[in-house]
Design a protein around this ligand. Structure first.
Ligand code: NDP
Length: 443
């Protein structure tokens, strides 16, 4: 049995109830085969066995009191996966679907994504099954304070620096930061995605969506294409989706869809982004509200964005949102490029459809690395006690995303898989972490 198959068998046996984690490790390890076949140092140093086992996993009780005076209990997680190249770094997700499998898949992917940014950050992820939707600001604050009352002892500016993810935006980061400062007395860059009045970075809010478009543009450019004049479908209407839409529009694309977990909008005139931002960022409302002032737009319940004819698809909602049938429909309708804004939005079967059809496909760990890259830039600004301008951060972000594309595209070519950026991204991200682990001995 090959080294990869052996390790995958162990991962499956040790983590039987963790389908998302097994899916992520299987995809990554399989794509590393050309590298592992060319050099046995990774096997000799048991790198796959070590990199698939988190350095530390923390699970904790989060009790809080709701507006009716009732005590609620949620579960908190922080998985500190790998610190070979820097302090653990990765977001916190608050969503009812959160469990250890999802946090571990996200943490594992984060190791390689952070490595691709070229910045000194290790991989981690955390969160809770708490649902901020429908909660009052006071309830969200009570939850965040309780969550941080346990988490604070495990994190720090040089050890582990969490950020936002699904359900964790500026409001939640503010409450978490306030509680950290109150308990520890430290005013330090322990979280990223902070507000601009207390150490946040300009362009962090826009970074993941903008970065997705910068990397997608680099991929299109190598293929002699561009976004200008193209029809784009986007899923989601959260942080990543809104700013991917903004940058795609700035590049001359027509974005015709957005969605949330209840339904989706199709606007043949192109999404009116100001209206969507007002609904989502100000009112915290639902996509459905969009049609009230946009008579040409359609609203549909459920899922359906991928049935819309497009040139480019940017999935920006959640994991496994594009299955094999969705992928086939996209390809059949003429979609020639997919850039993943969400984490693991395409199932392995869907990725196979994209790769077999030879359409351009930018995998999440490269395409959505702009958020964490800018978080690392926020850490640098906090350490310097300086704030850079929007243009400075945005231009560093653009350079980083173009650098990532170049790196993953060359890695794919070097290992005989030209055009397969899944292999390119996994190998390019892995090599740096694995070499650092080997250099640091058995730890
Ligand atoms: P938000 O919470 O801001 O938005 C998430 C969006 O996706 C919402 O529109 C939400 O709808 C929708 N959504 C969430 N879960 C589901 C579901 N199960 N089915 C259908 N729609 C769903 O999150 P972000 O925009 O920050 O994150 C989106 C994705 O991007 C995630 O995969 C995240 O891990 C990834 N990502 C985010 C980064 C960041 O900087 N924010 C960085 C890198 C990756 P609803 O409001 O109804 O829940």
């Amino acid at each position: 049995m090959s080294y990869v198959d052996n390790v995958l068998e162990t991962v499956k046996a040790k983590n039987p109830a963790q389908p998302e984690f097994i899916e992520a490790t299987t995809t990554v390890l399989n794509s590393l085969r050309p590298l592992l076949d060319s050099d046995d140092k990774y096997e000799k140093n048991a790198i796959l066995e070590r990199i698939t086992e988190p350095e530390r996993q923390i699970m904790f009780r989060v009790p809080w009191v709701d507006d009716n005076g009732k005590i609620q209990v949620n579960r908190g997680f922080r998985v500190q996966f790998n610190s070979a190249i820097g302090p653990y770094k990765g977001g916190l997700r608050f969503h009812p679907s959160v469990n250890l499998s999802i946090i571990k898949f996200l943490g594992f992917e984060q190791i390689l994504k952070n490595s691709l940014t070229t910045l000194p950050i290790g991989g981690g992820k955390g969160g809770s099954d708490f649902d901020p939707k429908g909660k009052s600001d006071r309830e969200v604050m009570a939850f965040c304070q309780s969550f941080m009352t346990e988490l604070y002892r495990h994190i720090g500016k040089d050890t582990d620096v969490p950020a936002g993810d699904i359900g964790v935006g500026g409001r939640e980061i503010g409450f978490l930061y306030g509680q950290y400062k109150r308990i520890t007395g430290l005013y330090e860059g322990v979280l990223t995605g902070k507000g601009l009045t207390y150490g946040g970075s300009l362009a962090r809010t826009e970074a993941t969506g903008y970065g997705l478009v910068y990397l997608t543009n680099a991929m299109l450019k190598e293929a002699g294409k561009s976004m200008n004049g193209k029809t784009v479908v986007i899923s989601g209407s959260g942080n990543v989706a809104l700013y991917a839409c903004q940058k795609a529009q700035q590049n001359g694309a027509k974005v015709v869809t957005m969605s949330d977990s209840t339904g989706w909008i199709y606007d043949p005139n192109g999404i009116d982004l100001d209206a969507m931002r007002e609904i989502k960022e100000v009112k915290r409302g639902r996509c459905k509200e969009y049609i009230a002032n946009h008579p040409k737009a359609e609203y549909h319940d459920g899922k359906g964005v991928w049935s819309v004819k497009c040139d480019i698809a940017l999935p920006c909602a959640t994991q496994n949102e594009i299955n094999e049938d969705d992928a086939k429909m996209l390809v059949k309708n003429g979609c020639f490029a997919v850039g993943e804004g969400a984490n693991m939005p395409s199932t392995p079967e869907a990725i196979k459809v994209f790769l077999d059809s030879h359409i351009l496909f930018a995998p999440a760990k490269a395409a959505n690395a702009g958020g964490v890259a800018t978080s690392a830039l926020e850490m640098s600004q906090n350490s310097e006690r300086l704030s850079w301008t929007f243009e400075e951060v945005d231009s560093k972000l653009k350079n980083i995303m173009e650098g990532i594309y170049e790196n993953i595209s060359s890695a794919a070519k070097k290992y005989g898989c030209e055009g397969n950026l899944v292999v390119g991204a996994n190998i390019a991200g892995f090599v740096k972490v694995a070499d650092a682990m080997i250099a640091q001995g058995v730890c």
